[in-house]
Design a protein around this ligand. Sequence first.
Ligand SMILES: Cc1cc2nc3c(=O)[nH]c(=O)nc-3n(C[C@H](O)[C@H](O)[C@H](O)COP(=O)(O)OP(=O)(O)OC[C@H]3O[C@@H](n4cnc5c(N)ncnc54)[C@H](O)[C@@H]3O)c2cc1C
Length: 319
Amino acid sequence: MKEFDYIIIGGGCAGLSLAYELEIHEKLKDKTLAIIEPREEYKRDKTWSFWKVTPHNFDDCVKKNWENFSVNILFFKNIKEINKQNSLVFNSVPNIKKNHLNLWQHFCGVEIKTDNDIFDEKIFNLMDFDCEQRESVHFFYTLPYTKNRALVETTWLSKMNDNSQKDYENQINNYIKNNLNIKNYEITYKEEGAIPLFYPLNKNEKNKINIGTAGGMTRLSTGYTFLNIQEHSKYIRENIDNITNAKKFEINRKYQFLDEIFLRVLEKNPEKMSDIFFRMFKTSPKTAIKFLSNKSNFLEDLSIIFKMPKLIFIRALFD
Ligand SMILES: Cc1cc2nc3c(=O)[nH]c(=O)nc-3n(C[C@H](O)[C@H](O)[C@H](O)COP(=O)(O)OP(=O)(O)OC[C@H]3O[C@@H](n4cnc5c(N)ncnc54)[C@H](O)[C@@H]3O)c2cc1C
């Protein structure tokens, strides 16, 4: 059976970001890497957006292609095909037990092409709460790529098993027709997914490091994971020779704590969330973006906290 120095389980965002980071920094020069990925082929299935707070390897990704980093990397469909006994394993498959109490961010987005120039490509609509809430938190966002192309996404923060919210097609059609006032459009791409707003049960073991969602890289208040994955990849690459003894990389505890309180408020007061997000950005959009991207300082944190409705947050603190 084949043996490898490194094994990455899951060739998704975290797995491939790590492989790429290792490759471009020549950490695979005299090492071998296997990626375990059951997918038969890669199709576009996600649109990653993030706040541009730090440079990363994929700033110019539209110009990159996979062949660039295939030298010492082999793909396998099943971990049983290789011997992992002497390898350092990076796992990106989350261990999630179905629990009806868990909150998820679930969503569906379509890229549309309109007949006329409708969008202002310089501005995107981050959160539009002018839609049915159904006792959860529901908003749309619209990312215009050009004057006649945009991604329109319906997003819910709720308990996953609530299928009553998954009439996505209707929601999107209604929103495009009634809120965006677009009568003629063509759907050119569709994505659907769910991000756990809780930490999966994966634990780091000897010679096994969890990455991506499995490694706790998701900000629970927003579902944002992409930039944290890039930072984690960089951390692993910098410490690759001693990574099993290096300090565990995690989202700053401050944000973990604040996100937990935030989600408690959200569960108890879904109807208040549009106001809460509005207040957060009212502080100063730059501060809010830094806060949501784990880059805020103490004073910036305080300025956001002071904008929040005090009573419900204090109650959530003691829940
Ligand atoms: C549709 C969608 C849009 C998103 N958009 C954003 C965004 O705009 N910004 C942002 O910051 N975050 C976003 N996220 C959240 C997060 O960035 C993504 O979920 C990201 O893909 C997480 O990376 P990952 O490697 O942890 O998981 P994935 O990318 O899901 O990779 C896991 C891989 O493991 C493979 N796999 C599954 N089971 C096995 C197995 N048993 N053995 C081996 N491999 C297996 C899967 O096929 C998959 O390729 C989005 C998520 C989704 C679902």
